[in-house]
Design a protein around this ligand. Sequence first.
Ligand code: S3P
Length: 171
Amino acid sequence: MSHVFLIGFMGAGKSTVARMVAEQLGRSCVDLDDAIAAAAGRSLREIFEDCGESAFREFESAQLSMLADAEPSVVACGGGIVLRNENRSALKHMGLVVYLKVSAGETLARVGADGTRPLLSGPGGVIAATSLLEARESLYAAVADVAIDTVSRDADAVARDVVAAVKERDA
Ligand code: S3P
């Protein structure tokens, strides 16, 4: 048994689905963004504003690598986890990687206006979402063991698919 990692773009529902899957599998749920905020003692927005994206990426890699010694959990990863090669290798080594797919339009409808995503804030949000997603899609696909579409689907249905994938892997 190893970790189950949920990866994918902002707004794919990783945190919500991770909580549901963890409950159904009787495992702990780890939200990497929350772990980063706790370790840094400030919100993600503050980390981005005060220290910049590269400092955030250092926190992100550090929190991911700490999972090597943790009990098998369901882990919701931030959308940019796949940007670093070292993170992609760590994901592959530490568990089952499930890619939750979403479109740029649905990302913006779900989280674009809530102000919690520094990379999507401001008037350029639509262009940012489209170009970031395009740049990352091949990275998500390359590291994923399983891909699940979330567009026009509720979190319950997506969680069921993730649980089925985990059970198939463990069978
Ligand atoms: C980011 C996604 C966010 C968070 C940070 C950067 C990204 O997480 O880690 O704002 O680069 O895509 P979610 O994918 O959970 O929104």
